[in-house]
Design a protein around this ligand. Structure first.
Ligand SMILES: C[S@@+](CC[C@H](N)C(=O)[O-])C[C@H]1O[C@@H](n2cnc3c(N)ncnc32)[C@H](O)[C@@H]1O
Length: 311
């Protein structure tokens, strides 16, 4: 069993990108997601760290539980102890219990092989060991796109979550690819990617960025309403404001949702909150399976929808 420590910035989205892969039931405890499945942790954008549960106890029983664990089975060269939530036992006390149970104990607060994390949730204390820490450099990729001065770019963390919400697919297409934020995130986790944009400059930027990250894939100058490549999933961020050459943006969206049925049977789409795209998706035969609101900046919030075609 694992406890995923989710980013508080958007719990719904944080959960959804993981639950798109879980086969067994998961339980949300505030900002912690309790799951049974062992997943490819590296791919998740909004999971801060993953803790493997060694034992579940109460605060009263914690010292004896720590004493009864065969810590040598988990230990490498060094360890440290930290805690999440209000626990009366100090990390020093917990650390010294573990010290006494280890054959060759060494404490390393900076880079331990075994980080024991004591997590208090309600009346339960989970004794866990950190299995994965999210060190992905989303901010650096954002900086790179900023250098290109395209303010429409999705934050790479959000782009990654949208790709994940597509679920267990081996390819993703973005027909409004812009600077390629979604394709880059999909490519970096090993998916095949293809995309198009009506604007040649955007296509050039995407190709250049994909090359920089060593991502192969087909990106062409094409109209998303006419493109014909089929794909296991479409993940895309619809044009809005100045980056749409058409006046009737709602018609563009509706036409796209109609056309997208010939491209794929699962779609994850970013839309401006101000337009009711859920209705349009439903009217075009899509079944909406997820709906998330994302704050972008003070005058802009997005809605992300996940939708499928009923077979
Ligand atoms: C919101 S941006 C996509 C941003 C992208 N996700 C990123 O991270 O850079 C929408 C893009 O749709 C493109 N676009 C607008 N109308 C289009 C159409 N009919 N077919 C293809 N692309 C179109 C615009 O040129 C713009 O680059």
């Amino acid at each position: 069993m694992f406890l995923l420590n989710l980013s508080k910035s958007n719990i719904d989205l944080s959960c959804a990108e993981v639950q798109a892969f879980t086969k067994k039931e998961s339980v949300l405890l505030d900002d912690l997601l309790l799951i049974e499945d062992q997943l490819d942790w590296k791919r998740f954008a909004y999971t801060k760290d993953v803790l493997r549960i060694i034992e579940q106890t109460t605060e009263e029983e914690l010292e004896s539980a720590l004493n009864n664990i065969e810590w040598n089975n988990y230990y490498g060269k060094s360890y440290c102890v930290s805690k999440l939530g209000k626990l009366s036992i100090g990390v020093d006390k917990a650390g010294s219990i573990i010290w006494n149970r280890l054959d060759n104990p060494t404490v390393d607060l900076e880079n331990p092989d075994m980080e024991v994390v004591l997590v208090k949730k309600g009346n339960i204390v989970f004794i866990t060991i950190e299995e994965h820490e999210n060190k992905e450099s989303y901010e650096n990729r954002r900086q790179h796109l900023r250098d290109e001065a395209y303010p429409i770019s999705l934050h790479p963390r959000l782009a990654r979550a949208m790709v994940n919400i597509c679920g267990d697919v081996n390819e993703v297409m973005d027909p409004f690819c812009g600077t390629g934020g979604i394709l880059i995130e999909a490519g970096l986790i090993g998916l095949s990617v293809k995309g198009c944009d009506i604007n040649e400059k955007m296509v050039e930027t995407t190709r250049r960025t994909m090359k920089k990250y060593g991502i192969a894939g087909n990106v062409e100058v094409e109209n998303a309403l006419k493109v014909e490549h089929k794909s296991a999933a479409v993940a895309t961020d619809l044009p809005y404001g100045k980056n749409s050459p058409v006046k009737d943006i709602e018609k563009l969206y509706s036409d796209f949702f109609g056309h997208a049925k010939s491209l794929t049977d699962r779609i994850v789409v970013g839309t401006p909150k101000s337009i009711d795209c859920k209705k349009m998706l439903v009217e075009n035969g899509w079944k909406v399976t997820g709906e998330f609101e994302v704050y972008i900046h003070k005058s802009m919030s997005k809605k992300i929808y996940a939708a499928r075609l009923d077979s």
